[in-house]
Design a protein around this ligand. Structure first.
Ligand SMILES: [Zn+2]
Ligand SMILES: [Zn+2]
Length: 213
């Protein structure tokens, strides 16, 4: 049997957390079972382009949407962010993403982001119905609200370096990227594009489509 040793996989130990917690560690963590470069303090993780490609193939209880989400392509549409790249120290880009989520699944995502803040919650990992009766009652209530009010508008901001193609995920953000079809936030959310043949409403400024980028 040939043992393949991958060269250049292990990131240098000199990387520091972009949030200012100190050096990053490489290995497994409580949050992330797969070996990754992460921060023990804030639980953020750093993924390289190669690692992203591996995570795209990862099997998770819901459809893994990481590949579809094409983070590298989003990097082109990103804005300047406040964090320094752990690798090259240049300023990283911020990628503002949004998606829609049911109330129940959204609560599970919040749990992944802040497990301590959810003390008393039963960790029921992606399956909302199993659990105590109050959980079930709440689930029914949430489904009802999803139907009447629509799903929740959620957003997530990922940091990435356009020079070394690495991405930084705060705690729980990787769950949001893998579990949702995300889109880039429109630069001007106040602009609504009216359907064709809509009569202008008095008092509302209208612009033609060519004026809206
Ligand atoms: Zn940190
Ligand atoms: Zn960099």
């Amino acid at each position: 049997m040939v043992k393949i040793t991958r060269v250049g996989e292990e990131p240098s130990l000199k990387l520091s957390c972009p949030k200012g917690c100190g050096p990053l560690k490489y290995g497994r963590s409580l949050d992330i079972i797969r070996k990754s470069t992460h921060c023990k303090k804030c639980k953020g993780i750093m993924l390289s382009k190669n690692e992203i490609e591996k995570w795209e193939k990862k099997k998770i209880p819901v459809n893994n949407k990481m590949k579809k989400n094409e983070l590298l392509a989003f990097l082109n549409a990103a804005t300047d962010g406040p964090l320094d790249c752990p690798k090259c120290s240049r300023k990283m880009k911020e990628i503002h993403l949004e998606y829609k989520k049911s109330r129940t699944m959204s609560r599970h995502e919040d749990m992944a982001k802040n497990p301590k803040g959810m003390a008393g919650e039963i960790a029921i990992d992606w399956i909302p119905i199993i659990g105590a009766l109050f959980q079930f009652t709440r689930f029914i209530g949430e489904v009802g609200e999803d139907l009447t009010k629509g799903k929740l508008e959620k957003s997530v901001t990922i940091d990435g370096c356009a020079s070394c193609f690495i991405f930084w995920f705060d705690r729980g953000e990787i769950v949001q990227i893998m579990g949702n079809n995300v889109t880039t936030k429109s630069k001007n959310p106040d602009v609504n594009i009216a359907p064709p043949n809509t009569q202008p409403t008095s008092g509302v400024v209208t612009v033609s489509k060519s004026e809206v980028k």
